[in-house]
Design a protein around this ligand. Structure first.
Ligand SMILES: Nc1ncnc2c1ncn2[C@@H]1O[C@H](COP(=O)(O)OP(=O)(O)OP(=O)(O)O)[C@@H](O)[C@H]1O
Ligand SMILES: [Mg+2]
Length: 222
């Protein structure tokens, strides 16, 4: 379980402070899909970055599984993240000189699995996302929507207890985005904390909890 409250993040850009998160408070539970929505620049990505431990709030608490994370240093966050969190960021970040399937399998290879063990899983996810035809390609040759789906596959592959996905259906047509939403739905039914940031109404509609984040303030919609 994650509870965040009164989070504040002020970015110092030269001498000017940018107040991005003012007051955000919500709870995400296992077995549910928690959706962060709201206008562009509202603070969704900053909140996900805080939940992943990449940036620290200036004040406020992030409580995970009942534990207050405010005392965690980078190494504690790194080891927690490795074991529990998978984060598909808004920007597609890949290793350019390896294939699509190698990029997708990377989280499992880093945990020590053999490539031969994980390839069936990679193919299955690629098929379910309609990107099986990308096998063997390099990620820099892919369209924006193809890259998004590779990112989704890589985020889901190691089946972590906490999944964060930022705009998983951005740049996708309706059919492809339905494949992504169906896959997300399948993962929710397993006991996971699943948090997505999205503008996509179809994805918002399947959220068990919906939190609007606008100008750094949260409102519980559902
Ligand atoms: N490192 C940073 N330094 C300064 N300002 C930042 C930084 N990161 C984010 N911001 C600002 O914080 C605000 C919230 O940004 P954020 O990326 O969280 O928005 P978002 O809700 O994810 O928007 P979108 O829907 O466009 O992805 C924006 O005004 C952004 O410019
Ligand atoms: Mg964003």
């Amino acid at each position: 379980m994650i509870i965040t409250r009164n989070l504040k993040k002020t970015f110092q850009t030269k001498k000017m402070a940018v107040h991005s998160i003012n007051k955000v408070s919500f709870e995400a539970r296992e077995g549910e899909l928690t959706v962060l929505t709201g206008p562009s620049g509202g603070g969704k990505t900053v909140v996900l970055n805080m939940l992943a431990g990449f940036i620290k709030p200036d004040y406020g608490d992030i409580i995970i599984y009942g534990e207050d994370t405010s005392g965690w240093g980078w190494s504690r966050w790194n080891s927690f993240r490795r074991r529990y969190i998978s984060y598909g960021t808004q920007r597609n970040i890949f290793i350019p000189n390896i294939s699509v399937e190698d990029n997708i399998s990377l989280p499992l290879l880093m945990l020590g699995h053999e490539k031969s063990e994980v390839m069936d899983l990679v193919r299955d996810l690629m098929e379910r996302l309609g990107i099986e035809y990308l096998y063997g390609r390099k990620t820099y040759t892919l369209s924006g929507g193809e890259q998004r789906r590779v990112m989704v596959a890589r985020t889901l592959i190691n089946d972590t207890p906490i999944i964060l996905l930022d705009e998983p259906t951005a740049e996708l047509d309706e059919d492809s985005s339905k494949l992504v939403i169906d896959l997300i739905n399948d993962f929710i039914s397993r006991d996971k904390i699943f948090i997505v940031a999205t503008h996509d109404k179809n994805l918002v509609n399947i959220g068990d909890r919906v939190i609007k984040i606008d100008r750094g303030y949260s409102t519980i919609i559902k």
